[in-house]
Design a protein around this ligand. Structure first.
Ligand SMILES: [Zn+2]
Length: 335
């Protein structure tokens, strides 16, 4: 089940508000769309409600994994009917958390299962509003109870899914069938991640624009809208060039840069205490000034940090996601 109202509202309603023309015009950027869609997108790019990137989810998974792995669940509650039903049929309380992992934007909590029954995995996606919080039992919550969608407890910790809009309970078999959840091997932050395979996946979308392919979680799980623009800038690649125009070396650089950026942003220790992950400290530049922690993302109309040209923004791709770029540093290739 998916309660992705903000996104659905944007995707479904926009064409009806604009008669479809503005939506269509947002394909094949660069076009600066000044209509309703860009206002919605702009409101999503002011640092308040952007979709968490892979590093954010990875840190959530790491903190949850430290708190829960190997521990017996003593309480499971949810306001979501499908989770309640799954829990009624096969109670999560009494089961052990065997693993917590991130797969791109998805956070997976695996349970041990019971004899004679398939083990289940709780899968959540944060979209724009959700996060996981961890508390000690008895500790005062910093969020209202009405915002809690899932509550997991062990003897030592209380884990809360706060305003998490997408939650599913999977078996191993149904998890494999869920095409929305990328396989572990495509996650940029995994030890098992194979850069050569990722280059091959990237290059298989030869006719698509680079920035759009960077958002495909089955190509590079974990790269989101912020890193999409930052990776293109760092490599002086136009986000609008077709993937098929990349040289093999450039394709390798794209994958390596994605790995480097995401890995750099999961180094800090998130600890075991109260954890809320908003990705506020994400950094892709070497500048320690928090206002200078990205090269282009969210910087429309501001001077490029390398050449001084004004950073541009447009809505790109079928999902009309904001792309930021410097037209001087990232020219389209001359073919
Ligand atoms: Zn520039």
């Amino acid at each position: 089940m998916a309660f992705s109202l903000p996104l659905l509202f944007f995707f479904v309603c926009h064409p009806s508000r604009s008669g479809g023309s503005a939506f269509a015009a947002s394909y094949g950027c660069p076009i600066v769309n000044t209509g309703w869609a860009s206002q919605v997108a702009a409101s999503n790019t002011q640092g308040k409600s952007t979709v968490p990137e892979g590093d954010t989810i990875y840190r959530s998974a790491r903190a949850l994994g430290r708190a829960l792995t190997g521990k017996t669940i003593t309480r499971f509650e949810s306001g979501y009917a499908l989770l309640v039903r799954a829990n009624d049929e096969d109670p999560i309380a009494g089961q052990i958390v065997t693993k917590v992992e991130a797969r791109g934007k998805w956070l997976l909590i695996h349970f041990s299962g019971r004899e004679g029954k398939p083990a289940h995995t709780l899968v959540t996606h944060m979209l724009m509003s959700g996060s996981w919080h961890i508390y000690r039992p008895g500790e005062r919550w910093l969020i209202p109870r009405s915002d809690v969608r899932i509550q997991l407890e062990t003897a030592d910790f209380v884990a809360l899914a706060v305003r998490v809009p997408v939650a599913k309970m999977h078996t191993a078999a149904s998890l494999l069938r869920d095409r929305a959840i990328p396989p572990a091997t495509s996650d940029v932050l995994r030890e098992s991640f194979n850069p050569d395979d990722a280059v091959a996946r990237l290059m298989s979308y030869a006719d698509e624009e680079l920035a759009n392919v960077l958002l495909r979680q089955k190509v590079l799980a974990g790269v989101g809208n912020v890193y999409k623009s930052e990776i293109c800038f760092l490599l002086a690649l136009s986000p609008f060039r077709k993937v098929g125009t990349l040289t093999p070396r450039q394709a390798e650089d794209v994958v390596a840069t994605a790995q480097r950026l995401l890995a750099a942003n999961v180094l800090e220790d998130s600890g075991d205490g109260i954890v809320t992950f908003q990705g506020k400290n994400r950094r892709t530049t070497r500048n320690s000034d928090p206002g200078a922690n990205v090269w282009v993302y969210g910087r429309k109309g501001k001077p490029c940090r390398r050449c001084g040209e004004l950073i541009q923004r447009c809505l790109q791709g079928p999902q009309a996601r904001s792309t930021y770029w410097c037209p001087h540093c990232q020219p389209l290739p001359v073919l």
